[in-house]
Design a protein around this ligand. Structure first.
Ligand code: NA7
Length: 539
């Protein structure tokens, strides 16, 4: 007797990922009457806020801008407790949304997608999981996150290390006790800074292995009481519009008075004013020119270095913590709370791995050129294979077996507006390369905008009775050229960072996020939709 493989479960759309983007995409597609299945690797919703549960994990966008706008009920019911909520609060919020809108019934947890294949004749995507399940759907939306594929650099002897080790992006659900322990941490990006400032008071000894210092700026994080929430709620209708009309998808934008129009005293005053805001507004609000004009950038960079020097007592350590070989804001600016003061503690050692390179791990710690650093715990805050990592981890095959992984490796990353790729009909992506993505956009703003666009596009395709939509090769090439032209007019490509792919060995060095601004991007997306998806080909 032969056994027939069971036929795959069939949906109108499959969404991969139940983070902030995937949950919203599910809600929107379901609202239009589609049968949707969300496939999620974790045991719960929340994506970034599910996986990144490391000590000190906190949102660097203000709570009022880091939320969904689609439901007035939700906006009225949900109270934020502080300006920059910690990870548990955002995770709770996303769970609340999942419950309130009964999203869980369409989500399959504990399931990782291994591959997806497009069958052109049937106009269907088949999605295969690592557990051997198969699903089919006309539309496939990758809501896999721009910063979700953790990278741990390879070091000789790592396997011999007898202590505990963790990557911040795969932090355990159980608490980790650092009391009295000798802890090492590699990575001083936004994540490493949050971990360091949080665990420094608990640990016995902290050794920070720093490769590149960061221009971190202070976070001002007041509690939000009822009165403050009431004030914010008054502003929600205005903010809901405003976030889509700014450069970074926040509720503020660059000033209209330029650097050159101000006297030196006025420039200084502007910087101090924005400094005291205690938010990313100092970066993406004070002087837009800092992204392209070296002179302005040098000025702001020196202002921030002066603040670091004021706070770190030992001048040698202060200099190690001052970035000098790249400009302020040309990579993600971290927010911090007492981060620089940590280096005034006697039990904290800063190892500059450029001057004192890591040679290997040993069973008892890390050996650098200058000697052994004994460790009980090692924390990797070493970031992600951003933009492309989560997508290339899945074997995605479009028309005629075209592999996304291979075409990107061979031809460089190409997408049409970060939403679709030529050769991959009905495949949509959220927060993907060549859109503003997490680098230049407050994630909820751009992910909701993209999910709205995708929903309308899918709706249109169905209403027209068409099987599939994909961007033309010419439109995709035009977007790539436009993207690169803007990128190359800025100082960003001069700086090594995940923005440029330089944190991953062998990765193409190219700015992967659209630097034209979230509002310009939204306008471009709306325009092609209004023109009947004029840059796309229907089949
Ligand atoms: P980031 O910003 O990519 O930071 C990773 C850090 O890890 C950074 O300091 C890296 O140094 C360091 N790193 C990475 N590989 C190595 C090796 N091999 N040796 C030494 N140091 C290394 O990741 P985050 O998780 O902090 O933040 C990612 C985003 O999440 C953040 O920008 C927000 O948008 C949210 P490097 O700078 O490459 O020299």
């Amino acid at each position: 007797m032969t056994t027939q493989p069971s036929s795959p479960a069939r949906y109108d759309a499959i969404v991969v990922g139940a983070g902030l983007s995937g949950l919203y995409q599910l809600y929107k597609l379901r609202e239009r009457g589609l049968a949707v299945r969300v496939i999620e690797a974790g045991t719960g919703v929340a994506g970034t806020w599910y996986w990144n549960r490391y000590p000190g994990a906190r949102c660097d966008s203000t709570a009022e801008c880091y939320q969904y706008w689609f439901s007035d009920d939700l906006l009225n019911e949900w109270n934020w407790s502080e300006r920059f909520p910690a990870q548990p609060e955002t995770e709770r919020y996303l769970n609340y949304v999942a419950d309130k809108f009964e999203l869980r019934r369409d989500i399959q947890f504990n399931t990782r997608v291994a591959s997806t294949v497009y069958d052109e004749a049937r106009g269907l995507w088949t999605v295969n999981t690592t557990g051997g399940e198969r699903f089919e759907a006309q539309f496939l939306v990758m809501a896999t996150g721009g910063l979700s594929s953790p990278q741990i650099p390879k070091f000789a002897g790592y396997d011999t290390f007898k202590g505990q080790s963790f990557h911040t992006g795969r932090w355990p659900h159980e608490p980790v006790d650092f009391t009295g322990k000798r802890v090492g941490i590699m990575g001083t990006g936004a994540t490493g800074i949050q971990v360091i400032q949080t665990i420094a008071p608990q640990v016995g000894q902290l050794t920070v292995f720093q490769r590149t210092p960061n221009y971190a700026i202070p976070m001002k994080n007041p509690r939000y009481d009822e009165a403050r929430m009431a004030e914010l709620r008054q502003r929600y209708p205005e903010m809901k519009e405003l976030v889509h009309n700014t450069f970074t998808g926040n509720d503020y934008d660059f000033g209209t008075v330029t650097f050159d129009e101000l006297t030196p005293a006025q420039r200084e005053a502007r910087l101090w004013e924005y400094w005291h805001e205690g938010s990313l507004k100092f970066w993406v609000g004070a002087f837009g020119e800092l992204f392209a004009d070296q002179r302005v950038n040098d000025y702001v960079s020196e202002f921030v270095r002066a603040r670091i020097r004021e706070r770190v007592k030992d001048p040698v350590t202060a200099e190690k913590l001052c970035p000098k070989d790249y400009g302020f804001g040309t990579r993600r600016v971290p927010l911090e709370t007492n981060y620089f003061e940590v280096y005034n503690q006697p039990n904290v050692t800063l190892v500059d791995t450029n001057a004192d390179p890591i040679e290997c791990f040993t069973p008892t710690g890390v050996r650098t050129a200058s000697g052994e650093h004994a460790l009980d715990v090692m924390i990797f805050a070493t970031g992600f294979d951003a933009g492309t990592g989560a997508l290339t981890a899945i074997d995605i095959r479009g028309r005629e077996g075209l592999s996304l992984r291979e075409t990107w490796a061979r031809d460089g990353v190409h997408t049409w507006m970060g939403l679709q790729v030529h050769g991959f009909p009905n495949l949509f992506m959220i927060m993907a390369p060549l859109s503003p993505a997490a680098a230049f956009c407050n994630v909820p703003t751009c992910s909701q905008q993209q999910a709205d666009w995708i929903t309308n596009c899918i709706d249109y395709t169905r209403q027209q009775g068409r099987k599939a939509i994909e961007p033309s090769a010419e439109a995709e090439a035009r977007w790539g050229e436009h993207h690169d032209e803007l990128a190359n007019a800025t100082l960003v490509p001069k700086t090594r960072s995940w923005y440029m792919g330089t944190n991953i060995e062998g990765k193409q060095h190219r700015l992967l996020a659209y630097v034209g601004g979230a509002s310009t991007y939204r306008y471009a997306c709306d325009k092609v939709a209004a023109e009947g998806y004029s840059e796309s080909v229907f089949s």
